[in-house]
Design a protein around this ligand. Structure first.
Ligand code: NDP
Length: 498
């Protein structure tokens, strides 16, 4: 194993930087053996009942609580984000997810009986069965270094899979908590493997034939590269990519709440959140007042305590490059929270910069919100619930919050994922769990009735099947008339079925 050079990242603790730099990096040629090791642990795990797996997740939730302070230490040391955010966005999310999965995965993954209303299939018995995929890959970014890998790995494990986790090279130590907690909770050793390193380590994971599906969270460019590489060998992917999320503020909104919400949505994690509000549209009547209050409120945020630094020099430079019109002020590793009049280019800035523009009425609000190649999340702020619902349903996004922002990331039952360039597939909720399984249709015929449509074919059978078509699929009284009219053909089919 080679040793990575220390990345240019921020840390409140120089000792952490040294440890991050000395994390052994996985060589791409080592990946097949790592995938195989996960696979061998997974075969036993798949045989554990879903209730047994739920017990492990319940214990994992307890361990997240027991180790909460150490995990938060690790997040803060690697990202220098405010500790409040490490607690509220990462620890809450992890515990909630482990508990939700423990309580709900057994029911959601139980065999589902298929019911037949079709007369000719009435004697059938069948189920939809949920099978684990095998070993899946989770490739995750640095901005939420604990909760993102945790929720995706936990769902995969709850569904009976093994996992190869490739965290960002900027946050390798925090990611190591995920397998550690699961193993301490009773998951088989080696079920969750961690591959450390940069892009080429991720590439090797995506290329490995032993990986049955890739859950990728990161930028649009890398995500598309990953999807192309996985697609070339017929491997499915879930892509959780970036956004350029709109916030729609109507004149009848509670402006204090909307301004507070806007400050939080735009500058949480220094704007390094996939669902950061980057475009705020305010109804013209209150636009100037909103702009004034938002700028004043943003100016009062405290660097360090409320707004952390950018994760790396590269990231800080990228924000400055993407938002040249906004000219965010630099203060060492920090960029000052910046509010500008829009529009800005339709590119994800991923930093503490937000634009504000006026709109006129509902249709214009919807047009503004949808005027982007991205479609991750959005929020609508108004006291009129019916209007909020109308507008929210017309917005092209995976999540739309009304008078709130972002909370559903921490909620197991809420789906997560984007549309358009923001990706496809879902993590979280029952839909996220179903991404982790193969659905098998399982039949259980006793073999007593011979299907009437089997060989041999003859003219009588052909006309009898034609007649039965009207009987089986006819509507209302027509159906019964057809049954009477075609009774001799139906008798022919019954004879063939014995
Ligand atoms: P990147 O796309 O740069 O990296 C994501 C992960 O992919 C990292 O682990 C990275 O490794 C790895 N990687 C890089 N190249 C390859 C490759 N060729 N094959 C396989 N894996 C590779 O994203 P960032 O880490 O910069 O994260 C920021 C982005 O993530 C933003 O666009 C943000 O919007 C998005 N995001 C989306 C979320 C969502 O839920 N939709 C949530 C959070 C973030 P390494 O870092 O070591 O290079």
């Amino acid at each position: 194993m080679a040793t990575a050079t220390a990345p240019e990242l921020v840390s409140v603790n120089p000792a952490t930087l040294e440890r991050v730099g000395s994390v052994p990096r996985t060589e791409p040629r080592e990946v097949p053996a790592i995938v195989a090791a996960a696979r061998s642990a997974q075969s036993g795990w798949a045989a554990v009942s879903s209730r047994g797996r739920a017990d492990v997740l319940r214990a994992t939730a307890r361990l997240v609580r027991e180790h909460a302070d150490e995990i938060a230490d690790s997040i803060v040391a690697e990202t220098a984000k405010p500790r409040t955010e490490a607690i509220a966005n990462e620890l809450y999310t992890a515990v909630d997810r482990a508990r939700w999965l423990a309580a709900n995965a057994p029911g959601l993954l139980a065999d589902e009986r298929v019911r037949f209303s079709q007369l000719h299939l009435k004697t059938k018995k069948a189920w939809l069965v949920h099978e684990p995929l095998g070993v899946v890959a989770v490739i995750s970014p640095w901005n939420i270094p604990f909760a993102i890998p945790f929720v995706q790995v936990a769902a995969a494990v709850a569904a009976g899979n093994g996992v190869v986790l490739k965290p960002s090279e900027l946050t390798p130590l925090t990611a190591e908590w995920v397998p550690r907690l699961l193993e301490e909770a009773g998951a088989p050793p080696g079920l969750v493997q961690v591959v450390q390193g940069e892009g080429e380590a991720g590439e090797a994971v995506v290329a490995d034939d032993g990986v049955a599906k890739v859950f990728f969270t990161g930028s649009v460019t890398t995500g598309r590269r990953v999807a192309a590489a996985a697609g070339a060998r017929g491997c499915p992917v879930v892509l959780e990519l970036g956004g350029k999320d709109p916030m729609i503020v109507f004149a009848d909104a509670d402006l204090d709440r909307a301004v507070d919400g806007a400050v939080f949505a735009s500058f949480l994690n220094s704007g390094q959140a996939c669902v950061s509000a980057e475009r705020i549209y305010v109804e013209r009547a209150v636009h100037d007042e909103f702009m004034r209050r938002l700028s004043e409120r943003a100016g009062r945020l405290e660097l360090g305590r409320e707004v952390g630094p950018l994760i790396s020099e590269e990231q800080r430079d990228a924000v400055e490059r993407l938002a040249p019109a906004a000219r965010p002020e630099r203060d060492g590793w920090f960029l000052e929270p910046t509010v500008v009049r829009g529009p800005l280019a339709d590119e994800e800035i991923f930093g503490p910069v937000v634009s504000v523009e006026p709109f006129d009425g509902e249709d214009d609000a919807v047009r503004c919100a949808n005027d982007s190649k991205f479609g991750l999340a959005a929020s609508v702020w108004t006291r009129d619930r019916a209007k909020a619902d109308r507008v929210a349903r017309r917005i092209e996004a995976g999540m739309v919050w009304v008078n709130d922002f972002g909370y559903s990331f921490a909620v197991g039952q809420a789906s997560w994922g984007g549309v358009k360039s923001s990706g496809f597939g879902r993590t979280s909720s029952k839909h996220g769990l179903y991404e982790c399984v193969r659905v098998k249709y399982l039949d259980a015929d006793r073999g007593r009735l011979r299907p009437a449509w089997w060989f041999p074919y003859d003219a009588e059978t052909e006309s009898a099947l034609r007649a039965a078509f009207d009987v089986l699929y006819g509507e209302g009284v027509e159906r019964w008339r057809a049954a009477w009219r075609h009774r001799s053909e139906l008798r022919h089919l019954l004879r063939r079925s014995r």
